[in-house]
Design a binder for this molecule. Structure first.
Ligand code: ADE
Length: 471
């Protein structure tokens, strides 16, 4: 990922980014950061980049011409480096106390960009005409006024960079932390076991990972309730719905309860009569209507302005109101398989399973036909697809779909009947168990081979059917 920072004070940026995690990611090439001096682009013979505001008023304004030319030079550079086509614009973030408030979710979204340009104002601001020409987003880091955009830009770079794969040492550490799932982080302890008369909580020394996870969750809940009642309220609503869904039908609603407990979905509606969740990352809507009479109302909770997308309809009676509101292009009837047992499945030593990277794209595409090239590429890049290797050769693969279900399974014809599918699924189930998930997948109705495999591995398959609908 490449950051470009337009500023009158490049040293401020360079000094701020050279150490610790950012410094390391810059040194090993996972990130690049360039502080570009706006003053280098002024056409003024004295090197001036600011002037008095028309109409009077205090202070100086940064002029339009150097800001605009500086931006053009960066865009040219990006075009050369990344092969951008004409018209494709990089996001340009103007740091201003008048902007939209920066938050963790925005950091996550921006971490997916290949290039970001930050524009730091100084003095009283920037000539509006330059802003109109180049800025795509106005962002504030808080309700206070700083002397310039350099510190806010560094704050944003830091928060975004640590979400870029490979920047933090431990791939998990960006997941389970403050603001994950609307909870604050649990307390942490390091050596020695006793310090200043205080002991490390005993459960953390027990080696029992299930107990440790439960203790941490309970601590997070206590801390959030005390320090951030606003966040806790959101969390409690999600928790209540998760419990309700599990109680009603654990298998059928596993996608919704897992979406909530993995901290992913946005809750659009939760009531006695049903719920609507939007998995923003996957752009999938999940609908549940607990009785036929509320189906219409549940469909009405889908925001107006939505004209297409993927929907999981957990009850058949949701179909008529969906078909009245949208043109349903495709629907697929499925049953849900869940692995309830909580204990890891045994694995054979003969079949090695490894994560596949994007270099396997053409091989995976040649065998998997339920997703577009773009989708498969995204899944590979996310590290969500795993290959089984027999005698050193790829024999099949399985993955985690973008909304969290297990699937994308394919065993190549010449390797079938050797237990490779069971190995792949056992591996994926164990992986999800190690993350504290309830492993689940969709079985397309009529896929007898898959049903047989689910039963063999001890998964529970829902009697109830649900629909994947594309509108
Ligand atoms: N520039 C000055 N103050 C700022 C703030 N609070 N956020 C973003 N940019 C700023």
């Amino acid at each position: 990922m490449n950051f470009y920072i337009m500023t009158l004070f490049p040293e401020m940026i360079e000094q701020g980014a050279r150490n610790s995690v950012l410094g390391r990611a810059l040194a090993n090439g996972i990130l690049s950061l360039e502080a570009v001096n706006i003053r280098d682009y002024t056409k003024d013979k004295h090197g001036k980049a600011d002037d008095y505001p028309y109409g009077g008023g205090a202070g100086m304004l940064m002029q339009a011409q150097p800001v605009y030319d500086c931006w053009r030079a960066i865009e040219e550079k990006i075009k050369e480096k990344c092969g951008k086509k004409a018209g494709e614009k990089t996001r340009v973030i103007y740091l201003t106390p008048q902007g939209k408030a920066f938050h963790q979710e925005m950091a996550g979204e921006l971490a997916k960009e290949e290039n970001i340009i930050f524009l730091c104002g100084h003095y009283e601001g920037i000539d509006e005409r330059a802003l109109e020409e180049i800025v795509t987003d106005c962002v504030s880091i808080g309700d206070y006024v700083l002397t310039g955009g350099e510190l806010p830009a560094l704050v944003m770079v830091d928060a975004i960079a640590r979400l870029v794969p490979g920047v933090l040492n431990n791939g998990d550490s960006a997941g389970e932390e403050t603001f994950f799932n609307d909870l604050l982080e649990y307390p942490q302890y390091s050596r020695p076991e006793q310090w200043n008369g205080k002991n490390v909580p005993e459960v953390l020394l027990s080696g029992n990972h299930k107990k440790i996870r439960e203790w941490r969750l309970a601590q997070s809940e206590i801390k959030t309730k005390r320090l951030r009642p606003d966040l806790y309220e959101k969390y409690a609503l999600r928790k209540k719905l998760t419990e309700k869904l599990v109680k009603r039908n654990k298998a059928l609603y596993a996608d919704m309860s897992e979406c909530l407990s993995r901290g992913r979905g946005e809750l659009l509606y939760a009531g006695e009569d049903g719920a609507v969740l939007w998995d923003k990352k996957a752009d999938v809507y999940m609908l549940a209507a607990f009785d036929e009479g509320s189906a219409e109302k549940i469909v009405d909770q889908i925001p107006s302005g939505i004209s297409g997308g993927q929907f999981i309809l957990h009850e058949e009676w949701l179909l008529p109101p969906m078909e009245r509101r949208f043109r349903v292009k495709e629907k697929m009837m499925c049953q849900r398989a869940v692995y309830n047992r909580g204990v890891s499945l045994p694995r054979s030593k003969e079949i090695a399973i490894r994560q596949l990277d994007v270099s396997w794209l053409s091989v995976v595409l040649a065998h998997y036909h339920l997703g577009s090239e773009e989708y498969v590429k995204e899944r590979l890049a996310a590290g969500a697809v795993f290959g089984a290797f027999a005698e050193g050769k790829l024999a099949g693969f399985m993955g985690e779909h973008i909304e969290g279900s297990l699937g994308m399974m394919e065993v190549f014809a010449e390797y079938r009947r050797r237990g490779i599918a069971a190995e792949l699924e056992s591996y994926m189930i164990n992986l999800h168990l190690s993350r504290g998930y309830l492993p689940y997948g969709d079985v397309i109705v009529g896929n007898e081979a898959s049903l047989k495999l689910q039963k063999k591995l001890g998964l529970k398959v829902s009697k109830e059917m649900y629909y994947w609908a594309v509108v």
